[in-house]
Design a protein. Structure first.
Ligand SMILES: [Fe+2]
Ligand SMILES: [Fe+2]
Length: 186
């Protein structure tokens, strides 16, 4: 087993049993549901891996179970992207880095989006800066990975179903391997 696989199995086999914010799913269920949705939508391996690992930052910080409850933004999107940059290139790390900005963008650009957000996403939105203003939204759209980040965000928002059946984490190891080949560290 290579180092990345061992680290991921350790993290998702132990620390991912934490609840995902206020929702009724664990971090592991959230990760698997997002990745399964990306796979079902025929996304690239890089996007499947981004959906699977986008919140790894929540599991590698030392801020406790639910920092948002204490009014702290854990900046998990930056932590996730930095962690993943050791193993993957920008096709994986950029949508991950931008997935919180994508929420702020969607809040500003889509009237109905805010009403679809879960309670914990609304709560963290305020810690994360609230909906983007016009200049921020324009700047967001100009980023290369903006489209991928928005798609990742939409999988993220839907991946909170306590009843959903998913493949196990091991199912995605092949996509992880291929994503490393196709999106190598720069
Ligand atoms: Fe997240
Ligand atoms: Fe998430």
């Amino acid at each position: 087993m290579d180092q990345l696989t061992a680290r991921l199995l350790d993290i998702y086999g132990t620390r991912a049993t934490r609840r995902y914010g206020l929702s009724k799913v664990t971090q592991l269920q959230h990760a698997l549901q997002g990745a399964a949705m990306a796979e079902a939508a025929c996304e690239s391996d890089s996007m499947v891996v981004a959906a699977l690992l986008h919140d790894i930052g929540h599991m590698v910080h030392g801020l406790g179970e639910d920092p948002a409850l204490a009014g702290i933004d854990d900046r998990h999107e930056a932590l996730s992207a930095a962690w993943l940059a050791e193993y993957f290139g920008p096709q994986v790390t950029e949508p991950v880095r931008l997935h919180v900005q994508a929420k702020r963008y969607l809040c500003a650009s889509d009237r109905d989006y805010l009403s679809l957000l879960s309670d914990d996403s609304v709560r963290s939105l305020h810690l994360q800066g609230g909906p983007m203003n016009e200049a921020e939204a324009r700047a967001f759209c100009q980023q290369d990975a903006a489209d991928q980040a928005v798609r990742l965000r939409l999988y993220d928002d839907r991946a909170k179903d306590p009843q959903a059946a998913t493949p196990p984490f091991e199912h995605f190891l092949a996509a992880i391997e291929r994503a490393r080949l196709h999106s190598p560290v720069r």
